[in-house]
Every structure is written in structure tokens, then in C-alpha cells.
Design a binder for this molecule. Structure first.
Ligand SMILES: C[S@@+](CC[C@H](N)C(=O)[O-])C[C@H]1O[C@@H](n2cnc3c(N)ncnc32)[C@H](O)[C@@H]1O
Length: 533
């Protein structure tokens, strides 16, 4: 859609952008992270930065290291006016976009360099340092960056900024670091980037950079429910900072939802608090923020009462997991089959009852082959199982990455059935839980699409004595709010949430202690190091 606009070149740019986007397939656009910034948003960002730089007498030397068709340059021209922009440069690796940007904006003074920014920034051919960077760098995930390239980028970032970037970081992290190294001291920058770095371990180096090396001014995160800028921005954030050392009393402003000019929630977060916070998406802590944690980390958490473990990775579910009826049809020996839950998609119930054999009472019962006998024994004693395994050899199952490392290759990771499980990925907004808690009364285990929760310590002891309380435990798990689960987990583009065992363990368990105050005792013993389980 072309936004209403009075600048004819901007109107032309939006048409060119649409035309170029249409010439490329989705994988091609993904490879170079080619998702343009809507003009309205570029204008919002430019206006906000304008309030910081004021009307100073020094001219603006603008740069965008991933210029595309020039959405940010267009906004800078509109907001600051051509007279204030004394120089402007855009770098673009894709020839079609580089040519388009040059064609559109050369008359307004934009110099376009057709090259890879991460290379020219290092080899001395970079244009003079800018004092203003507005950028939406390519969002290329780490697994699309080949190994040699990643190592080059890591070495370069370390050399130019002293930051050791984790190998799981996407290309945007390198862009931000390298471009900041290039920028003039006391210059300003605004970056539109994915918000995932705010929550995940591999974002730690970037967060450290933002709190300790520059002056962070504003962090605005878009509301994933707000579609004003289309799907591409559901998990994006705008970072605004000045290239100057921070002062200890700084408290950058965190805002959420709405627009940059009129956010739905705002708060200032002192640097010290940011430094010790694992997750930044919980700021500002406000009912309107879709992610907040209840506790400050000091109260009881699920990890005090549950051992949380991922379900088993069979290495090939299609081969190892089969219908119980099929297994009977093939005459596979029951003692080397274990009941297993279907994928969360196919499991509608949240309370799973068992039949006399411990199998879940569900439409299609499944089992997983799990045998620790050596091959020659299987061949001799269990010809039907041997025959089935032979088909796996033919299909190449045995050569799979996980399977190939196991001895024997058809032996699974060992898990006891867990009375509670949690699906590890899902969607959900507001108070809807993105993950489902399941009360499992059967002997079924789960695949790695589930996290398995084993009650331990005081809770384990209580349930052994009062098994009937498991229903209430399940009820309390189901009451954990969607906000809190999302706050501890992580969100991916498109609003998909995931949660890892350690993250689920950090969810507050205050409700458990309120319901059964005696549980607090086992926690106290734990904190003095007296209790082992
Ligand atoms: C997310 S788009 C943003 C484009 C534009 N700045 C905007 O805001 O609409 C990123 C741009 O970076 C370009 N790009 C990808 N890798 C690059 C690289 N290594 N050096 C320079 N540009 C690159 C892509 O071709 C794409 O045009």
C-alpha cells in the first residue's frame, strides 16, 4: 500500500520499493533481510531523533549502512530539511536497490555506495564518519550466515568494538556494532531491529554494549498485537542512543506499544537495573506491556518445586514413534515399547487418563521403540522387532545425527513419565497462556515438543502423601498468566513464543506457597543448602 504523501520522490520511492520487492522471491528477500521501513515509521523515528539533536548549528552528516530504496533518507530530508543535511551516504549490497536509491535521491545529495557495509567499514574505503545514523539493518538469522563469514564478522566486531559477539546472533548485531564504531563521537543513532536480543542469552553482549559503552536514550518496543506497520514489525524495537560514555545516573526511557510519539506505556529504567536484568522486554513494567514477570527473582519459583526437563529427542519420530495398533500388527514386543504422547497439535485434552496398561485414553495411542539390547540379541530373540529395525537401516534412519551417536541406535534417552507437562511453543496474547499445562495420569512420556515437570522437594513429598492434590497443582499451573509465561520465554517474529526448561523454572511459584504454606519450609532448607532431592 502506498501511503499518502506530498513529496513526489517519496511517492516514487514507494512504487519502486513495491516493484523491486515483487521481483524477488521470499527466500531471496530473507537472504538479504530486505524488509523496508514504512515511511510513517521512518518519519516518527526521524522526528524523535530531531528532538534530541535540536536545531544545533552543526550540520547533519547522515548515513544509513543498509539504505535499500532510502526510506530513512527520505524521512531525514522531510524532517530536518535539505539545508541542515550537509552530507549523506547510503550503503547497499544489492545492485538493484543501490541503483534505485541513487536514481531517486542523488539530486538531493545522497551518495550511494554499492558494496557490503561490513567489508567497507573495515577496509578504509568507508566514507567519512557520519554524526547521525538511522537504520533498519538486514535481519539475517545466524544460520543463514556461513561459518567463515560469521568468524570474519566476529573477529571484526571484536577488533573494532571489543565486543565478543555470540555465534547465535543475527547480522543486525554486527551492523549495529560496526556502524557505531564508524560513527563520530557524540553522534546519534536510531536502529530498528528485532527485539529478540533483549531476552536471549546471546543478546547479552549487545545489552552490555548498550548499558556500558554508549548513552542509551530510548528503547521503544512495538506491541505484537498492533498491526499498524504490518507483520514485519511484530517483534521489533527501536533503539536510540548517543555515541558517548554513559553516566552512572542515566535511566533510559523504555516504552511499549502505540507509536514512538504516543506510546501506551513508559518508564525510566536506571542503568544498574538494566545491567542486572536478564530480560528487557519486561520494561516498562505495566499492565499494557504484553510481557512482565511477577517476581523480582527472589520469591519462590517453579524451579523450587519442579525439575523441568525437555522430553525425548528420538532423532526420527516418523520411524521410532508409531501407533500402538500398528506396533501390535507388526508383533513388536510390548516390553520394548513405551507409551508416548502425540504432538501438542494432536493432543486436545489437558487431563490425560490412563487405561489398564498405562497408555493414555486418547483417540490414537502411540508408542516409541526403546530397547537397550545389543543387535545380535534382538536378531535372535525378537525377530519381528529386528525386521522393523532393518527397515530403518534401509531408510537411513541409523545414519541420522542423533541416532548415529547412540548405542544401540534404537535406545532412547531415559525419562520417567511426568505428572505435568508443558508444551514448549505456542501463541497467545493478553492473558491467554501461550503454552499448555497438561496433567498426565498415564505412563506416557513426551517428545521434545514438551517440557516435563517432575515435582521435587516439598511438593514431591506432599504429592506422594496426598496424590489427590495433583489436580490442584495442575490448576495452579494453569493459572500462571500468559503475560508471565511470555515474560520468561522468548518471542519470535510472527508472535511465536517458546520457553526453555530454565526459563519455565523462573516463573513465580508464590501461588503454591500461598496455597500450601508448609512448602516454604523446603525452600528455606534449600536456601541454607541442607536439602537434597
Ligand atoms: C531491512 S532492509 C532496510 C532498507 C531501508 N534502509 C529501509 O529502512 O527501508 C535492509 C537492506 O540492507 C541491504 N543489505 C543486506 N546486506 C547488506 C550488506 N552486507 N551491506 C549493505 N547492505 C546490505 C538489503 O539489500 C536491504 O536493502
Amino acid at each position: 500500500m502506498i501511503a499518502p504523501c506530498h513529496n513526489p520522490t517519496e511517492v516514487q520511492r514507494q512504487t519502486v520499493q513495491l516493484t523491486l520487492d515483487a521481483t524477488k522471491s521470499a527466500p531471496e528477500r530473507n537472504r538479504l533481510g530486505q524488509f523496508a521501513t514504512p515511511n510513517a515509521l521512518a518519519l516518527d523515528i526521524a522526528r524523535y531523533v530531531g528532538t534530541l539533536i535540536g536545531e544545533g548549528k552543526h550540520g547533519i552528516r547522515f548515513a544509513d549502512p543498509a539504505i535499500g530504496s532510502g526510506s530513512f533518507f527520505s524521512a531525514a530530508l522531510a524532517v530536518y530539511g535539505p539545508k541542515r543535511i550537509v552530507s549523506s551516504v547510503g550503503v547497499e549490497v544489492d545492485r538493484a536497490f543501490a541503483d534505485a536509491a541513487r536514481h531517486l535521491w542523488a539530486h538531493a545529495g545522497l551518495e550511494v555506495v554499492h558494496d557490503d557495509f561490513t567489508r567497507i567499514v573495515a577496509n578504509g574505503s568507508c566514507p567519512p564518519a557520519p554524526n547521525l545514523i538511522l537504520a533498519n539493518p538486514p535481519y539475517v538469522r545466524h544460520h543463514h550466515i556461513d561459518r567463515a563469514e560469521k568468524e570474519r564478522l566476529q573477529r571484526l566486531a571484536l577488533k573494532m568494538t571489543g565486543v565478543a559477539v555470540n555465534g547465535l546472533a543475527g547480522l543486525y548485531v554486527y551492523f549495529l556494532l560496526l556502524a557505531t564504531a564508524w560513527m563520530e563521537d557524540n553522534g546519534y543513532a536510531a536502529w530498528l531491529i528485532p527485539s529478540e536480543f533483549m531476552d536471549v542469552n546471546y543478546g547479552a553482549a549487545l545489552k552490555h554494549f548498550l548499558t556500558d559503552r554508549i548513552t542509551l536514550i530510548r528503547v521503544h518496543r512495538f506491541d505484537p498485537d498492533d498491526v499498524q506497520f504490518g507483520d514485519a514489525l511484530v517483534s521489533s524495537v527501536v533503539l536510540v542512543f548517543k555515541k558517548a560514555p554513559p553516566s552512572p545516573s542515566d535511566a533510559p526511557e523504555f516504552t511499549f506499544g502505540g507509536t514512538i510519539a504516543a506510546p501506551h506505556a513508559r518508564d525510566r529504567i536506571p542503568l544498574d537495573r538494566l545491567r542486572e536484568s536478564r530480560k528487557w522486554t519486561v520494561f516498562p513494567n505495566h499492565a499494557k506491556n504484553d510481557r512482565h514477570t511477577l517476581g523480582d527473582g527472589s520469591g519462590p519459583t517453579l524451579a523450587d518445586f519442579f525439575r523441568v526437563q525437555r522430553g525425548i529427542a528420538t532423532g526420527d519420530n516418523k520411524f521410532f514413534v508409531l501407533g500402538r495398533a500398528d506396533a501390535m500388527h507388526y508383533a513388536l514386543p510390548a516390553k520394548y515399547l513405551r507409551p508416548i504422547l502425540p504432538s501438542p497439535r494432536c493432543l486436545k485434552a489437558t487431563i490425560i487418563n490412563a487405561d489398564d496398561d498405562g497408555y493414555p485414553i486418547i483417540d490414537r495411542q502411540l508408542c516409541v521403540i526403546d530397547c537397550d539390547l545389543p543387535e545380535h540379541v534382538v536378531e535372535q530373540c525378537y525377530p519381528a522387532l529386528w525386521q522393523y529395525l532393518q527397515t530403518g537401516e534401509t531408510l537411513g534412519v541409523r545414519d541420522g545425527y542423533l541416532v548415529g551417536k547412540r548405542t544401540p541406535w534404537y535406545k532412547q534417552e531415559q525419562r520417567e513419565p511426568a505428572p505435568f507437562l508443558c508444551t514448549y511453543m505456542g501463541r497467545g496474547t493478553d492473558d491467554k497462556q501461550p503454552f499448555r499445562f497438561i496433567y498426565n495420569r498415564s505412563q506416557a512420556i513426551g517428545t521434545n515438543l514438551y517440557l516435563m515437570l517432575y515435582p521435587v522437594r516439598g511438593l514431591g513429598a506432599m504429592l506422594r502423601k496426598h496424590p489427590e492434590r495433583a489436580v490442584e497443582v495442575h490448576g495452579l499451573l494453569r493459572q500462571v498468566t500468559g503475560h508471565e509465561l511470555r515474560g520468561e520465554g522468548r518471542v519470535y517474529g510472527g508472535g511465536l513464543n517458546k520457553i526453555e526448561p530454565s526459563e519455565l523454572g523462573r516463573v513465580s511459584a508464590v501461588a503454591f506457597v500461598e496455597r500450601w504454606p508448609e512448602l516454604r519450609q523446603s525452600m528455606q532448607k534449600l536456601s541454607t543448602g541442607c536439602l537434597f532431592d
